[in-house]
Design a protein around this ligand. Structure first.
Ligand SMILES: Cc1cc2nc3c(=O)[nH]c(=O)nc-3n(C[C@H](O)[C@H](O)[C@H](O)COP(=O)(O)O)c2cc1C
Length: 340
């Protein structure tokens, strides 16, 4: 079996895989591990520019860090030059052997589109095809997948055309975020387009955009077609969603939500594994970057509005443990009384 082909095992026997979406600054090693523990089937690292890989930028490489428990995992790259994208993919295959390499054709950020990369290539399908073909050719032993949006704007919905081009050059799986570049992250994802493209292609199509509950997945399945779903922002606030969706798909029953103490256990464990222990200054530096991630993980909790400013002041792991203890003492009893 070619390396990387095992990643598509979940598509066999009607298994419906749940992907954690790549999200820059959020889906780091620890968060991916957390989501895997909570039932995400397939992980993808946040994107890195091909040039950074070629120049041996170690910060860029650190975004690709994973362990065996995180497999199947894909690493995501972006760029506009077919040659550089191919070269970067070959280096990646050689150095870290991910299960697949995913190409980002969806990022709407100006700093990416101004370089003619990400969603900018949705306006130039010839180049999009050339980039994908170069990557496929460069890594014969690794599956190559792609992630697109449905088009640049409402006047240029090209998901179907782009999907056919990508399939023809050897892309093994296509994720479609059901928004245009112009929409950014607002408005709603158009699942009818995802479904139509799925019906036209032979490769698996993963649907993405606005999944927040298990019921959303059931609704999507009843209205259209896709071979799996990718979950982004909802997982940042509620990674327990993966288990709830799988349970609902398997049993058609709603899984009880995790208790407050369990939520804190998961958050503290994530931080404990991610923060450097010992040197205080290093911990202070690190925790700053984690404040938004911790705030996001607590945003569905009771009393979260008061919690947020406290989280944004954290400097050390010990302070987070204290905050969790105080929050639990205040609210756990309250929640139990409500449930009685
Ligand atoms: C903070 C943030 C960072 C993101 N970074 C990436 C990225 O690195 N690569 C990518 O393909 N998409 C990225 N996305 C888009 C998501 O993968 C996903 O397509 C989008 O959020 C829609 O899914 P959702 O409605 O479930 O959130 C990012 C989204 C957010 C909110």
């Amino acid at each position: 079996m070619a390396k990387g082909s095992e990643v598509f095992f979940p598509f066999k026997d009607n298994y419906f895989p749940l992907y954690l979406a790549p999200m820059a600054r959020f889906t780091d090693f620890g968060f991916r591990a957390l989501c895997k523990e909570q039932g995400a089937d397939i992980l993808i690292t946040e994107f890195v520019m091909a040039d950074a890989i070629i120049h041996g930028n170690e910060t860029a490489w650190s975004r690709f860090e994973f362990d065996q428990k995180q497999r199947p995992i894909g690493v995501q790259i972006f760029g506009s030059s077919p040659d550089l994208m191919g070269e970067a993919a070959a280096i990646i295959e050689d150095r870290i052997q991910p299960d697949f390499i995913d190409i980002n054709f969806g990022c709407p950020a100006d700093k990416v589109t101004c370089k003619d990369a990400g969603s900018s290539l949705l306006r130039n399908l010839k180049k999009l095809g050339a980039v994908a073909a170069a990557v496929v050719k460069a890594v014969p032993n690794t599956a190559v997948t792609a992630k697109i949006r449905i088009g640049w704007d409402a006047q240029s919905i090209i998901a179907s055309e782009a999907g056919k081009i990508l399939q023809d050059v050897g892309i093994r799986c296509l994720t479609i975020h059901g928004r245009t570049k112009d929409q950014g992250y607002s408005g709603s994802a158009d699942w009818s387009i995802i479904s139509a493209v799925h019906d036209q292609l032979e490769i698996p199509v993963v649907g993405n955009g606005d999944i927040q509950t298990a019921e959303d997945v059931i609704r999507i399945q009843s209205q259209g077609h896709c071979d799996g779903v990718m979950i982004g922002r909802a997982a940042l606030g509620y990674p327990w969603l993966f288990k709830e969706i799988r349970h609902y798909l398997n049993t058609k029953e709603v899984l009880e939500a995790p208790k407050l103490s369990e939520r804190w256990r998961v958050i503290l464990n994530y931080c404990r594994e991610s923060f450097p222990s010992g040197v205080k200054e290093e911990q202070r530096q690190c925790i700053r970057g984690y404040r938004p991630k911790i705030a996001s993980l607590t945003k569905e909790m009771i009393g979260c509005k008061r919690l947020r400013p406290e989280i944004m002041k954290l400097n050390f792991f010990g302070e987070l443990i204290e905050l969790a203890d105080i929050h639990l003492a205040k609210h756990e009893q309250e929640l139990e009384e409500v449930c009685q």
